[in-house]
Design a protein around this ligand. Structure first.
Ligand SMILES: [Zn+2]
Length: 397
């Protein structure tokens, strides 16, 4: 959301619902297992052997120029297939290959949330465990594959594993311009890169965010999830967040994205990019909390019409307004895109023309909330501004 955006909120249902646990998300979080997470870290960092296509092997490095990189790709692909996912991949350079595992939404298959991590690593030595950077994130995505497979979501969820992050975010940079080419809309992306290090045991994680797309709203959602699902991380919101990992290409193309990571600024892992980046250095309780926060954020978004979705609509006199999400379940937001085009009034009517809600706007920044348990169906939202007006069909589910 732009800093100049004028935002007000029309809550058409009980606001308190937004602050309560979703039982499906809570059940999913209860399924997360630390031993499963660490087992994946061990397998990806060479501490434990893997069986790939029936052959026992060890991933000694995931550096993009090391044969272990392809082994890691095959291992992760195999895990997602085992958990019933549809697989896609993207070859973007001679050696570079992104992996995608897709869980198609039962209601909005073309609207996606995405959780991703890079799987390549450093240094370029024969043995490069890269446990924190970024087997921790890759294992988080793999464990998500196991846990999420037991639940269905109205929105599509895509698990992404990026290659060639270390030489310059090459995998995610190659991917982002392809978003929408298959008529899919990306509603939000959560990146995880380094989740294992918390040397002072303060349980503080960073949320890296910048004001692109609806990233600030997604950051707020993650913070809310930390509270309502009792994850017990301390959260340090970094804005402008680090551009040194795979959420950055999403921001650069105005998509909604955040990065959940250990503290890059105050408590950085000194073993980073060395052969000593191993699981033994992890703060395991912190690691599990970070993984849970990533899952809670994605699952809570994908269960619910979270307001990270927005479609810009241009109407009379170039009035630019976003009305989202539509269809909606709990609340709908009307947002003017330009400060010099304030909205002066909104009127909500049912399909017989009966006015259900009407609000004069005197302060562009005010937030309006009403409690109104609308029945499912078609409604009309009229937006009036000094520059013109329009009426939009909206659907309550
Ligand atoms: Zn990394």
């Amino acid at each position: 959301m732009k800093k100049t955006a004028i935002l007000f909120t029309v809550l058409l249902s009980v606001l308190q619902q937004m602050k309560s646990q979703n039982p499906v998300v809570q059940a999913l979080l209860d399924d997360v297992r630390l031993d499963s997470l660490t087992n994946y870290v061990k397998q990806l960092s060479g501490e434990k052997s893997v069986v790939i296509n029936g052959v026992t092997d060890t991933i000694k490095s995931r550096h993009y120029q090391n044969p272990g990189n392809e082994k890691a790709f095959q291992f992760m692909k195999q895990e997602f297939i085992r958990h019933g996912y549809q697989i896609d991949s993207m070859q973007f350079s001679a050696m570079g290959k992104n992996l995608f595992a897709i869980k198609t939404g039962y209601k909005y298959p073309n609207r996606r949330f995405m959780l991703g991590a890079h799987y390549d690593n450093l240094p370029l030595t024969t043995v490069a465990p890269g446990a924190d950077d970024n087997a921790s994130g890759s294992a988080t995505v793999l464990e998500a594959g196991r846990v999420f497979s037991n639940y269905n979501f109205p929105y599509t969820i895509v698990f992404a594993l990026w290659d060639e992050e270390e030489p310059g975010l090459l995998g995610s940079i190659a991917y982002v311009p392809t978003i929408g080419s298959d008529n899919d809309t990306l509603l939000g992306y959560v990146n995880v890169d380094m989740l294992g290090w918390d040397s002072n045991n303060d349980s503080i994680a960073d949320i890296n965010v910048r004001p692109y797309g609806n990233s600030l709203a997604l950051s707020s959602r993650a913070q809310l999830c930390n509270t309502i699902y009792n994850i017990k991380l301390g959260l340090h919101v970094v804005n402008p967040g680090s551009a040194a990992t795979d959420h950055a290409p999403f921001w650069n193309n105005n998509y909604t994205a955040i990065g959940i990571d250990e503290e890059y600024d105050n408590d950085f892992n000194p073993m980073w990019h060395t052969p000593n980046d191993v699981l033994a250095n992890f703060n395991l309780s912190f690691y599990q909390k970070c993984a849970k926060l990533a899952y809670a954020t994605i699952a809570d978004c994908a269960r619910d019409t979270i307001n990270t979705v927005g479609i810009k609509e241009i109407y009379k006199n170039n009035l630019q307004v976003k009305i989202y999400p539509n269809p909606f379940t709990e609340k709908i937001i009307v947002s003017a895109e330009k400060q010099n085009q304030p909205i002066s009034k909104v009127i909500l009517s049912d399909c017989t023309g009966r006015v259900i809600f009407e609000k004069q706007i005197t302060n562009a920044y005010q937030e309006i909330s009403i409690q109104n348990n609308l029945n499912a169906g078609l409604y009309f939202l009229e937006v009036i501004s000094p520059n013109g007006s329009f009426t939009k069909k909206i659907i309550k589910e």
